[in-house]
Design a protein around this ligand. Structure first.
Ligand code: S3P
Length: 166
């Protein structure tokens, strides 16, 4: 069966929902950020700090190429995967791409004290989220479907993902 590919903005629950959907569907689960960390033997934050975003995007592209070959997997991707159209084209060949979005205040709440997202380290994270959301919105239309997860529980989102897939 085709993969279920979860993309969309940071801190919208791609990994948490992805693991749940994988269990329900008896699919495997993989997260591209974890794969990148294994490939580089560094955390995502360390990659950004030491080598910059462009280098991270190159590793991300390589990770996408790898996971796109899988079958019967839920693939949770980093939020920036959408920025490279080749990533989405490749993931859609053998997968249904579902994009999560949420209102800025929900994203801010979900991030809490977590400092693992280098792109959101800012004196004004809410403003940063708004800017990034605006910049990324045009890319979300390349997904097969989009879910606004703002007012949903994890379980509700998981149900919507499966509905979008079947
Ligand atoms: C990024 C999202 C992160 C991670 C990196 C860059 C982005 O993943 O890949 O920090 O550009 O949106 P999550 O979406 O899982 O937070």
């Amino acid at each position: 069966m085709k993969n279920i590919v979860l993309t969309g903005f940071m801190a919208t629950g791609k990994t948490t929902v992805g693991k749940k959907v994988a269990t329900t569907m008896s699919f495997g689960f993989i997260d591209t950020d974890r794969l990148i960390e294994k490939m580089a033997n560094m955390t995502v934050s360390q990659i950004f700090e030491r080598h910059g975003e462009e280098f991270f995007r190159r590793l991300e592209r390589a990770a996408v190429k790898k996971v796109a070959r899988l079958k019967n997997f839920v693939i949770a991707t980093g939020g920036g995967v959408v920025l490279n159209p080749s990533n989405i084209v490749q993931l859609r060949k053998n997968g249904v791409v579902i994009c999560f979005v949420a209102r800025p205040e929900i994203i801010l709440r979900n991030i809490g004290e977590n400092k693992d997202r280098p792109l959101l380290l800012s004196d004004n994270p809410e403003e940063r989220i708004k800017q990034l959301l605006k910049k990324r919105e045009p890319f979300y239309k390349f997904a097969d479907s989009t879910i606004d997860v703002s007012d949903m529980t994890i379980d509700e989102v998981a149900v919507e993902v499966i509905k979008a897939y079947i």
